[in-house]
Design a protein around this ligand. Structure first.
Ligand code: SAM
Ligand code: DTB
Ligand code: SF4
Length: 340
């Protein structure tokens, strides 16, 4: 095959589609790894600078005591994990952390709260945090659980750039993981976020005992939304003692790479974030994920309650791979009209 043939083969893949069938995605996922990687990387290169990684930093602004029963989560009040139930952090504390994240090179600051959903008085306090973080020159993201009508608009008025709300897994496997909120309720929150004009950050977790069909099903739901999410976090289960999923088998890194590659092909213009689970991941697995199309990470030594790689480990990997992370460099922004 000539280079021209290759270009022809891949050109249509960069045009976003919203009609993927489950069978097509499973076929994509199961093809020989080299073929999958070749295709995903070609799509990645056609939409992004492949040597640039976006950095987001996470802060747990309200830890533990959550009434939901998400089987993976150390913050559920139902599991004995040692995570303390703490109140909402003060705005000053949050801004001090945001300042540190900015000084470390983060572009986006993501604030997470262990709530089923925010109360109206919580929204006022989080709105103040969002305005403050924006004033520091950082993009803002919050993940607060389910939103009621009107709450997304309030967050938008405060200047919120992104709302993170994950589907976590396929609709079929969902009830094995969470019983206290439905898959449809998650879709409803995503719709409210979209309707309010906030960018959507939505992805899931692999390694919870789901099948290939479930991974494909999650990606199908995401890719068939009327607009693709702007950010797609792919989390690898962090097995926390005390949660129902603590004794799950380790996730095969090749399955992670395949999932990242499929996400890249299905949602060409999205930032695909290699999210939880990097501490346990080898450098070479991460490198393969970046080749497969991951172009964002959580940067900072803590996720919400669990460890994330040390700054020095990430810096050393970026240098060894020749990856740029400069937040002022916008040359690697998506250069297609990605999420139509
Ligand atoms: N309470 C809010 C909610 O659930 O929407 C926001 C915070 S919640 C911790 C955000 C996401 O973190 C979850 O949807 C899940 O995808 C991810 N997550 C939580 N615990 C995890 C774990 N042990 N391993 C991997 N991902 C995890
Ligand atoms: C996302 O998809 N992953 C992040 C963020 N969005 C909020 C959270 C990962 C949490 C990992 C477990 C913990 O640290 O508690
Ligand atoms: Fe609560 Fe969110 Fe954890 Fe579920 S994932 S238990 S909603 S903090």
């Amino acid at each position: 095959m000539s280079i021209d043939d290759t270009a022809q083969e891949f050109a249509p893949l960069t045009a976003p589609r919203h009609d993927w069938s489950l069978a097509e995605i499973i076929t994509l996922y199961r093809q020989p790894l080299n073929d999958l990687l070749h295709r995903a990387h070609a799509v990645h290169r056609s939409c992004f600078d492949p040597n640039r990684i976006q950095l987001s930093t996470l802060l747990n602004i309200k830890s533990g005591g959550c009434p939901e029963d998400c089987a993976y989560c150390p913050q559920s009040v139902r599991y004995k994990t040692g995570v303390e139930n703490e109140g909402l952090m003060s705005c000053d504390q949050v801004l001090a952390e945001a300042q540190r994240a900015k000084a470390s090179g983060a572009k986006r600051f993501c604030m997470g709260a262990a709530w089923r959903g925010p109360k109206d008085r919580d929204i006022d306090r989080v709105a103040e945090m969002i305005s403050g973080v924006r004033t520091l020159g950082l993009e803002t993201c919050v993940t607060l659980g389910m939103l009621k009508p009107g709450q997304a608009e309030q967050l938008k008025s405060a200047g919120l750039d992104y709302y993170n709300h994950n589907l976590d897994t396929s609709e079929n496997f969902y009830s094995s993981i969470i019983s206290t909120r439905t898959f449809q309720e998650r879709l409803d929150t995503l719709q409210r976020v979209r309707d309010a004009g906030i960018n959507v950050c939505c992805g899931g977790i692999i390694g919870m005992g789901e099948s290939v069909e479930d991974r494909a099903g999650l990606l199908q739901t995401l890719a068939c939304l009327p607009r693709h999410p702007e950010s797609v976090p792919i989390n690898t289960l962090v097995k926390v003692a005390g949660t129902p999923l603590a004794e799950q088998e380790d996730t095969d890194p090749i399955d992670l790479v395949r999932t990242v590659a499929c996400a890249r092909i299905l949602m060409p213009g999205a930032y695909v974030r290699l999210s939880a689970g990097r501490t346990e991941m080898s450098d070479s697995t991460q490198a393969l994920c970046y080749f497969a199309g991951a172009n964002s990470i959580f940067y900072g030594e803590k996720l919400l309650t669990t460890e994330n790689p040390q700054f020095s480990r990430d810096q050393s990997l970026f240098e060894r791979l020749g990856l740029s992370t400069d937040p002022s460099d916008t040359s690697g922004e998506a250069h297609t009209a990605p999420n139509v």
